[in-house]
Write a protein of this length. Structure first.
Length: 352
């Protein structure tokens, strides 16, 4: 855990998964919750995370429930706080903590896949910008000086071509750097709450990312349903919380319609299939599991399938972007070199 959690900043999914897993292990060993949080606090080396655990531990020493202590620390998401409250109410805190650990591990894997899909093209584009800058402002001036030394007997057309090539190279480099600067600004803006909300809204509605966004949202919905049902929460409350926690407006609306159908005495599997939250073979699997009383298990399996499918899609997109970037880089560098080499060849031929 290394994410700073001061000023109400929430811990990452990976950090939350570790926290829940360690706390569940301590509970399984018969250690009371207040001693468990103290052990985690005292063993933590990272100062920012240690401060978070200290706030949780201090609240527990005041005889506050764990969910209240987590909420007051301002370091954990509302969804986790609510689920811990359910675990404390039903007496299944250890099971809930283990389920939360698995839930946030899956969320962390999806987040890591998204970051990987974004980071590599950005690094490649940065390398492209550096190569073009070196070409235009270091290597091309050498050619330009050579041209000036040999240009006395060369036709004006060749000189004009050389000048055009130099200008074109500079324009390409400037445009590439401007695009890179814009990308970096967007990444920095995404770190703010307003930026994150705006960019996610754009990606949900953008035609090229809409399908993937829906897939990610359904995977998260299935994972949260598995967690809530296994924790003893009734279906209506589980659908309410799932609707509240999703950020995708399309899936939020489908969950709302599913809840209405369920409250109208439709079986859950039929309500999910009718609203197209689950389709095809997955719907049949859910129907069989519902009849056999293994609803939470099938939700977990389906969420894992969706997460694997999401990771595969992200890897495919990343590979496609990587290929496009390599091709574009080759074309740009080739264009810049040709814009200079062709006039030089023409010039040398005319001299010869």
């Amino acid at each position: 855990m290394n994410n700073e959690a001061k000023g109400g900043k929430k811990l990452s999914a990976d950090e939350i998964a570790v926290f829940c897993d360690q706390l569940a292990m301590l509970l399984n060993g018969g250690i009371p919750i207040y001693e468990g949080t103290y052990i985690l606090y005292s063993e933590m080396d990272d100062k920012a995370t240690k401060e978070v655990l200290k706030r949780v531990d201090d609240a527990l020493k005041e005889n506050l429930p764990l969910h209240v202590a987590c909420k007051q620390s301002e370091a954990f998401p509302d969804y986790m706080v609510y689920m811990i409250r359910v675990g404390e109410t039903t007496g299944k805190l250890e099971e809930v903590l283990r389920s939360l650990s698995a839930y946030y591990e899956r969320e962390s894997m999806v987040a890591a896949s998204i970051k990987s899909a974004v980071a590599y093209p950005v690094v490649l584009f940065s390398m492209m910008a550096v190569i073009l800058l070196v070409l235009v402002w270091k290597i091309l001036p050498l050619f330009e000086n050579m041209f000036r030394e040999l240009s006395t007997d060369v036709a004006a057309a060749t000189e004009s071509m050389m000048s055009f090539g130099m200008s074109a190279g500079r324009i390409i480099a400037i445009v590439t750097c401007a695009i890179l600067f814009f990308i970096l600004l967007v990444i920095l803006w995404y770190q703010t709450k307003v930026g994150e909300r705006t960019i996610k809204k754009f990606l949900v509605n953008f035609s090229l990312t809409k399908k993937l966004s829906v897939k990610i949202a359904i995977g998260k919905f299935l994972s949260s349903m598995s967690l809530m049902i296994s924790s003893g929460m009734n279906i209506t409350d589980a659908l309410d919380l799932a609707q509240e926690s999703t950020e995708n407006t399309e899936i939020k609306e489908k969950i709302s319609n599913c809840k209405e159908l369920y409250e109208a005495h439709k079986p859950l599997d039929e309500a999910l299939r009718e609203t197209k939250l689950i389709v095809g073979m997955e719907g049949r699997m859910l129907s069989v599991a519902t009849k056999s009383g293994a609803t939470d298990v099938i939700f977990t399996k389906l969420s894992e399938q969706y997460n694997q499918s999401t990771t595969a899609s992200l890897n495919k997109i990343s590979s496609m972007i990587e290929t496009i970037m390599v091709v574009v880089l080759s074309l740009l560098v080739g264009a810049v070199l040709l814009s200079v080499m062709l006039p030089l060849v023409s010039m040398i031929s005319s001299i010869g």
